[in-house]
Design a protein around this ligand. Structure first.
Ligand SMILES: Cc1ncc(C[n+]2csc(CCOP(=O)(O)OP(=O)(O)O)c2C)c(N)n1
Length: 652
């Protein structure tokens, strides 16, 4: 029974509860998270880690006037529960249900939408600057994870804080994990900081002081004075050289908080992020600070659920699981492998045969399948952190030295590195290989994660070779082909299970720019329709062709394989022979593959009508499954057939 959760449906209700009641509430929310997500899945681990933080934030601050800006915002489930969305919580990430991230259109309590990492500090700082300009007094609170500090934008924002505003509250939620274990020097630095015994003693003293504070202005004044002294002592810790015998961790001593201080933000912590009374006192204190402050809290990803504590990476985000044991359903026998695993396994194979190949991921070893390379050939594997821009330029640098980097990044996250693709890779015509995972919909994540813009954003750059496999065997062939190409190469493939075709032992070279004609016209005197099905839409094209043939049409099917260069000869030939061309792509219609066909037809003065099937010019919402959205937006066999029939109906 949920005694307090039943009573809470808005931040006002949170404020009315005592601290001990809120501690009970935290337990009830954990139970709701574990049970409520079991059926549909979601970001369980990160949310279990911020239960106390979310409650404390709503106890101390008052949204929607005060603003919370969450980095990535995959950890806003409790915030949603506490801001009027409790009854809909179990619909999260499902069709017509709550979005899995913060969404401005969903609630006035969601001050800034996200889904991509590293944006919160900049957005929050922008809000603080706007507040200062208009002379209002909202509190702006930015909550960012330790992995957000592997991202360049976070540093760009921190560089700006102190000369932009005096009132800014940052909360560094440090759980040592990105999706996988966090990587890089910053993660090492945070670790040093929390293990510095001398510093920790000081922090504990200050913590004890804050904890004992009575309410009232005088108490807060005292706290600020104490914090001044604390800061002085703390800087001393940073500047005093470490004594190797007692303090050396083998890498030059323990960390000091001077880094944040030098960035112009008062540093407080590390404090236990599950200690609700302490969090509340510390946030009360932060609220009255007249200088930017960052509070470093330590939390456990998955707290309160054994399986999630044991497997933080798996429980970062997952599908359905057993709410008692955390077990996930076994993959049904006969299910084809995921594209990401085919990519990873093929890369291992290619790397074994070609010394120049290396693999790069931006904090997504599992999601992209790069973990296969990490395991098989760790010295050929690089995780750069959530740093897509750096990852791409890093690859460009490697390519100038004769290496062949394979960069695997989700299509939507690669958008972050657009200029790097242009300026560092394409302009210098470097043979970097890009594997664009999640190219297509990421249905339950929604618009932040739908990777449906890459054909448009890539095909305008000179030197680009861009392909899309229709199945997993073709993915292997395309990867092999890319390793022999002398230009930047991009391969896009969707999320989830592949088609289930056998993968050849040895991948084969594909001629650059060559489409594959899968079914020629029967030349039986019936109306001729040529269906060009790109990538995963090839299967839809084939099924539509079968149905159209049964309904009296002469249907040809082509797998275009390349979106740049497109096969001029094949497109032109079918453009001349067919009465109607249909292009199908798992991508927006604007600027996509179909648009490339229209450009070609225009150049060749071909007037054959072209029906383009793809995603419309709008941000597509989230849904339980991709098929629902495909049906709704017409990326389906039925709609393809209907469009063809309508065309000929009209023509008649
Ligand atoms: C630009 C971008 N790259 C990659 C991701 C995938 N991603 C989502 S959450 C996450 C890790 C976030 O770690 P952290 O910020 O420490 O928060 P935690 O999940 O540990 O609470 C990553 C890599 C993303 N959302 N955006």
């Amino acid at each position: 029974m949920s005694c307090y959760l039943d009573m809470v449906d808005s931040p006002e209700h949170v404020k009315k509860l005592t601290v001990s009641q809120l501690q009970e509430l935290a337990g009830e929310i954990r139970t709701e998270l574990i049970q409520g997500l079991a059926k549909g899945g979601g970001h369980l681990g990160p949310n279990l880690g911020v239960v106390e933080l979310s409650i404390a934030l709503h106890k101390v601050f008052a949204t929607p006037k005060d603003k919370f800006v969450w980095d990535v915002s995959h950890q806003v489930y409790i915030h949603k529960i506490l801001t009027g969305r409790k009854k809909r919580f179990r619909t999260i990430r499902q069709t017509d249900g709550l979005n899995g991230f913060a969404l401005r259109t969903e609630s006035e309590h969601d001050s800034f939408g996200a889904g991509h990492a590293g944006t919160a500090l900049s957005a929050a700082l922008g809000m603080a600057a706007a507040r200062d300009k208009r002379g209002s007094d909202e509190n702006i609170v930015c909550i960012f994870g330790d992995a957000a500090l592997t991202n360049g934008i976070s540093f760009e924002a921190m560089n700006n804080v102190s000369h932009t505003t005096k009132k800014f509250i940052g909360i560094l939620n440090d759980n040592e994990w990105s999706i996988a274990k966090n990587v890089g020097a910053i993660s090492g630095y945070l670790n040093k900081l929390i293990t510095n015994p001398r510093y920790n003693q000081l922090a504990k003293d200050f913590e004890g002081f804050v904890r004992r504070l009575p309410k009232g202005d005088l108490a807060l004044k005292l706290a600020h004075r104490a914090e001044g002294g604390f800061k002085g002592a703390l800087t001393g810790v940073g500047l005093r050289p470490s004594t190797p015998a007692t303090e050396s961790d083998g890498r030059g001593g323990y960390g000091s908080p001077v880094f944040f201080e030098e960035m112009g933000m008062r540093y407080l912590g590390p404090i236990d992020g599950h200690d609700l009374p302490l969090l509340i006192s510390t946030l009360e204190f932060a609220k009255t600070c007249d200088h930017p402050i960052v509070i470093h809290i330590l939390t456990q990803k998955g707290k309160g659920f054994d399986a999630a504590l044991k497997h933080p990476e798996k429980f970062h985000g997952l599908g359905p699981y057993n709410a008692q044991t955390g077990e996930t359903p076994a993959v049904r026998a006969g299910t084809p492998p995921n594209y990401q695993d085919v990519m990873g396994q093929t890369l291992v194979k290619l790397c074994k045969a070609d010394e120049s190949l290396v693999g790069i991921t931006a904090a997504m070893p599992s999601g992209t399948g790069m973990k296969h390379l990490e395991k098989a050939l760790p010295d050929r594997y690089y995780d750069v952190g959530i740093a897509e821009e750096h990852g791409v330029i890093f690859a460009a640098g490697m390519a100038t030295m004769g290496l062949r980097p394979v960069v695997a990044i989700y299509s939507s996250f690669l958008q972050r590195a657009y200029d790097c693709i242009h300026h560092d890779v394409c302009l210098q015509d470097l043979p970097v290989i890009f594997c664009l995972d999640r190219a297509g919909l990421s249905a339950n994540d929604g618009p932040t994660h739908h990777g449906i813009f890459d054909i448009s954003y890539l095909r305008c750059f000179p030197n680009v070779i861009a392909m899309a496999p229709a199945n997993e065997d073709e993915l292997a062939d395309m990867m092999f082909t890319a390793t022999k190409a002398t230009h930047p190469t991009f391969i896009r493939y969707p999320r989830g299970a592949a088609e289930g075709v056998a993968i050849k032992d040895q991948p084969q070279l594909i001629e650059i720019g060559a489409a594959l004609v899968q079914q020629e016209f029967a030349n039986n005197g019936r109306p001729k329709v040529a269906l060009f099905g790109l990538g995963p839409m090839n299967a839809i094209a084939r099924q539509a062709a079968t149905q159209l043939a049964a309904e009296g049409y002469d249907a040809a099917v082509i797998n275009p394989r390349f979106t740049k260069p497109i096969d001029m000869a094949v497109h032109e030939r079918f453009g001349r022979e067919a009465a109607l061309i249909v292009t199908l792509e798992d991508h927006v219609i604007i600027g996509g593959y179909g648009a490339a066909v229209l450009e070609l037809f225009s150049e060749k003065a071909l007037t054959t009508p072209v029906v383009r099937i793809g995603w419309p010019d709008q941000f597509v919402e989230h849904a339980t499954t991709q098929d629902e959205l495909r049906l709704k937006y017409g990326l389906s066999v039925a709609n393809t057939v209907a469009k063809v029939k309508a065309h000929f109906g009209k023509a008649a």
